[in-house]
Ligand binder design. Structure first.
Ligand code: C2E
Ligand code: MG
Ligand code: MG
Ligand code: MG
Length: 286
């Protein structure tokens, strides 16, 4: 009704808009409190070798249990952290926590997501260096995952940032490849250590012939640039087989394990360590 009455009136009075804004402000405030009081946690999802299904690493994923509401998806609160100046402290918390926790898992690589707002900050490299030093983690075991949104707007600066990060010894991966404006043309110049194929592409691999062909071509192209490829969102044995066949060397998805608390990863490693050497580091598909 308000819409029909025209835009001017709508901006003057629209109770639903007030409600939206109020809810958002409340969420932002709760998020601020959660960050300040250390109420965010990290979940870790297994990454496995495509050929052997051995556990090779984990991806750290931030979790927020909002008091009075329950779990809120990072897809909801990360964008809010971005626009409200909270991403800096959130990102720092995640990186420090992940690096610190990774020390218990010397045999694993640990991936950490970096949002455009963090990556854009000229001081980002400095704080990565600082965290690496503070936590005394081996830099080569850390992979920073970035998405392409910002790259397209600032290819020059992105390239420089990636170079500086790699200078610290960390690895840099392109996350969610194939979900947006991905262009193969970008890949070579940025020097990514790894590409992660988005779940939305992987999903249809055994259903849609065209999607299958596109996926296959994408993996082949990445590999022709000598960039190793991870497939995300593997839920079925069929998807795992196909992605391996296409040339992915690493797989991630519910088939191998959902994001879990750090203690579960430690348990898993202890079981693997206790197993026979031949079976060592072998993670059966759950
Ligand atoms: P992402 O980095 O692409 O992470 C993978 C997402 O896919 C995770 O969702 C994971 O739980 C989910 N996933 C993994 N395997 C499967 C599967 O087999 N099936 C299905 N249906 N889903 C699967 P999550 O944890 O909700 O995170 C969503 C996104 O939020 C992440 O996508 C990442 O972009 C962002 N995010 C999460 N944690 C952080 C963080 O600490 N910092 C930043 N900047 N972003 C984060
Ligand atoms: Mg990721
Ligand atoms: Mg992803
Ligand atoms: Mg994603």
């Amino acid at each position: 009704k308000a819409k029909e009455a025209g835009r001017a009136r709508m901006t003057l009075y629209d109770p639903s808009m007030d409600a939206d804004r109020e809810q958002r402000n409340a969420l932002e405030l709760d998020l601020r409190i959660a960050i300040e009081s250390g109420d965010l946690t990290l979940a870790y999802q297994p990454l496995v070798d495509a050929a052997t299904q051995a556990l090779t690493g984990v991806e750290a994923l931030v979790r927020w249990n909002r008091p009075g509401y329950g779990p809120v998806s990072p897809e909801v609160f990360i964008p809010i952290a971005e626009t409200s100046g909270l991403i800096e402290s959130l990102g720092l918390f995640v990186l420090r926590k992940a690096c610190d926790t990774a020390k218990q898992w010397p045999e694993l690589n640990v991936s950490v997501n970096v949002s455009p707002g963090q990556f854009r900050n000229p001081a980002f490299t400095d704080y990565v260096r600082y965290v690496l030093k503070q936590t005394e983690i081996e830099a080569s075991r850390i992979t920073l995952e970035i998405t392409e949104g910002y790259m397209i707007q600032n290819p020059q600066r992105t390239r420089q940032s990636i170079e500086r990060l790699k200078g610290l010894g960390v690895k840099v991966a392109l996350d969610d490849f194939g979900s947006g404006f991905s262009s193969i043309g970008y890949l070579r110049q940025f020097g990514f250590d790894r590409i992660k194929i988005d779940r939305s592409l992987v999903m249809g691999v055994n259903e849609d012939k065209r999607q299958r062909e596109m996926l296959q071509a994408t993996v082949a192209l990445a590999r022709s640039l000598d960039i190793p490829v991870t497939a995300e969102g593997i839920e079925t044995e069929g998807q795992a087989v196909a992605m391996r066949l296409f040339g992915c060397d690493s797989l991630q998805g519910y088939l191998f394990g959902k994001p879990m608390v750090a203690e579960r990863i430690t348990d898993m490693l202890n079981e693997l360590r206790a197993a026979e050497p031949a079976a060592q580091r072998h993670l059966g598909a759950a």
